[in-house]
Write a protein that binds this ligand. Structure first.
Ligand code: AQP
Length: 327
């Protein structure tokens, strides 16, 4: 079975982009791969947050992932800081990457823009992400389109390390879905839907009320062309709706476009399809929020399984790079 690894930051509530771009594929992969899914809380430290909120957000995100269908019997779900090997290998990766290649990362440019103070961690976090992936001898990394550049960097670092210090890491590949790979903000369709957007109107959160979801789609920004084509460059708002409807109903966006001539019915049907997609997830999430013991137990088991793999790979990397073995 291929080994799969992916992670998600507890920087806010899970949204439709996270679900369609990544988490839905994780749920499918857990039955056909040896899958490791990680709530990457150390990555969340790279941007400022309310003191004391990170633990709560980590628990809530873990509950949301279980509600989406991750099954602790079928996959390994854990919290990054519970497996200290991530930080240790992160340092080896920092020393493998160059300043120039980190400076080229577009996510760093996006996230640092306009910030008063930018942490060194935000600059180096792709090296910790590389460590996260490489620690599990990962074959495939299911992610949204925005992560493609970071997975390319991970591959480069693995190949460089292997060439300098001998075969150490499996070189992973990204798996990116056809529809839903880049869900755009409903109010600013030229920007990806993101937890940290300044306004909520363009983001569909997993536990938004059905009436709120329908309203957000009704108010989605489109254009004045009055035609329905899947053309992300020319009609970004309309194309985003088509991609979401396609991803929610398992059809191709170009095919869905043929069903519509006006924007109103497209918005209404997309809103309804998303409400139906989220309904069972919301029910499970309500139950899990009232049962923190179940979430904690899943994370405890997951950390144990993850540590046993991570320890072996870190040991291999430390020996190959030449660190003195512990006796
Ligand atoms: N809009 C999106 N469309 C498709 N996929 C997306 N992903 C994120 N946004 C979209 C995918 O979700 C996974 C987890 O991402 P993350 O939350 O760890 O980090 P992110 O990509 O930085 O997501 P956000 O929402 O934009 O968070 P903030 O605002 O904290 O930076 C990844 O596989 C990602 O591709």
């Amino acid at each position: 079975m291929p080994r799969v690894f992916s992670g998600i930051q507890p920087t806010g509530e899970l949204h439709l982009g996270n679900l369609l771009g990544a988490v839905r594929n994780w749920v499918e992969d857990q039955h056909r791969s040896d899958s490791f899914y990680c709530v990457v809380d150390l990555h969340a430290l790279t941007v400022p947050s309310e003191p004391g909120s990170l633990g709560r957000q980590t628990m809530d995100l873990a509950a949301a992932l279980l509600a989406c269908g991750l099954d602790p019997e079928a996959c390994t779900l854990f919290v990054q800081s519970h497996v200290p090997e991530h930080s240790s290998l992160g340092w080896l990766m920092q020393c493998t990457a160059s300043f120039g290649e980190l400076r080229r990362m577009t996510q760093f440019k996006d996230k640092s823009q306009g910030q008063e103070s930018v942490s060194a961690g935000l600059f180096t976090y792709p090296t910790l992400q590389a460590a996260d992936i490489l620690l599990y001898d990962t074959d495939q990394v299911p992610v949204g389109e925005d992560q493609r550049q970071h997975i390319e960097l991970t591959r480069d670092l693995a190949e460089r390390f292997n060439a300098r210090f001998g075969e150490t890491f499996v070189v992973p590949s990204a798996t990116i879905p056809r529809d839903g790979a880049r869900v755009m903000d409903l109010q600013q369709p030229d920007r990806k839907m993101s937890k940290s957007s300044s306004t909520d109107a363009g983001i569909v959160f997993l536990d938004d009320d059905p009436a709120v979801i329908v309203r957000k789609f009704k108010r989605a920004v489109t254009d004045s062309l009055g035609e329905v084509h899947h053309d992300p460059e020319g009609q970004p708002g309309v194309s985003n709706l088509l991609s979401i409807l396609a991803a929610a109903t398992g059809r191709a966006a170009e095919d869905v476009a043929g069903d519509y001539r006006q924007y109103g019915p497209l918005k209404a049907d997309t809103g309804e399809a998303v409400v139906e997609l989220l309904r069972p997830i919301q029910e499970r999430l309500r139950d899990l929020r009232g049962d923190p013991g179940t979430v904690e137990a899943a994370l405890r088991t997951g950390a144990g399984k993850a540590s046993s793999v991570a320890a072996g790979v870190l040991d291999r990397a430390e020996r190959n790079i030449g660190l003195l073995p512990r006796t």
